[in-house]
Design a protein around this ligand. Structure first.
Ligand SMILES: C[S@@+](CC[C@H](N)C(=O)[O-])C[C@H]1O[C@@H](n2cnc3c(N)ncnc32)[C@H](O)[C@@H]1O
Length: 209
């Protein structure tokens, strides 16, 4: 397990270039500043940004070892996990979907300031995003699994990788899926929270119906 800020930054630094690490340091500074203007992340997590947000996002790369088409992050909010992925993987195209105006403005500003040419913000509700084929779909604290899958089914193909940090409810949410859909997913242990699980899966949600 990764337990401290130092361990979290070390974990991330082992997986990206010095340039990417510099961008993440810049993101941490900008987020602390912006969080005094709008409530992007819980104040209680600000002292542990590397652990609670950066490493928590970066760990998803365990299941995506190389760039895969478009990485779609649903309900990106402050930018987790999508913004971290875009900063760590300049070759990975990332789309951040977010519907709230001030959060959209934050994501656009920080994407520009960090020089993330591989990252685009879709500032609208997911329901209104044009169809596209996603290589990866991620979503942290976005919606219950069944709703999340219903909303994002049209973006998935047979090779779409799903990485869905889900906290304590991960196993329960997978088990609540109709039995014939369950085999698409399994739960992995989070490296940043002993009690949290990450739902990992592959495939076309429509195709499994
Ligand atoms: C609880 S926040 C999580 C933010 C971020 N993923 C994180 O873990 O820090 C959920 C975000 O999803 C956005 N959201 C909720 N429903 C949405 C929808 N239908 N389309 C796009 N964004 C949505 C909200 O505006 C909010 O910023």
């Amino acid at each position: 397990m990764i337990a401290t800020e130092e361990e979290a930054r070390e974990f991330v630094s082992q997986q990206c270039s010095g340039e990417s690490l510099k961008r993440l340091d810049q993101l941490v500074g900008a987020l602390k500043e912006e969080n005094s203007q709008q409530n992007l992340v819980a104040k209680s997590s600000l002292e542990q940004i590397w652990l609670r947000h950066i490493a928590d996002s970066a760990q998803l790369l365990r299941w995506v070892s190389e760039p895969r088409g478009i990485w779609m992050d649903l309900g990106a909010g402050a930018g987790f996990p999508g913004l971290v992925i875009a900063a760590m993987r300049p070759q990975q195209a990332v789309i951040l979907v977010e519907s709230r105006k001030r959060r959209i403005e934050w994501l656009q500003r920080v994407t520009h300031d960090l020089g993330l040419d591989n990252c685009r913000v879709e500032g609208r509700r997911l329901e209104q995003v044009d169809d596209l084929e996603a290589g990866v779909i991620s979503a942290r604290a976005f919606a219950p699994l069944d709703r999340l899958l219903r909303l994002s089914a049209r973006f998935s193909t047979s090779s779409t990788q799903w990485v869905l940090p889900k906290g304590r409810s991960a196993e329960q949410e997978v088990q609540a899926l109709p039995r014939r859909y369950r085999r698409m997913f399994h739960v992995e242990q989070s490296l940043t929270d002993a009690e949290a699980g990450i739902i990992v899966g592959k495939g076309n949600w429509k195709g499994s119906k």
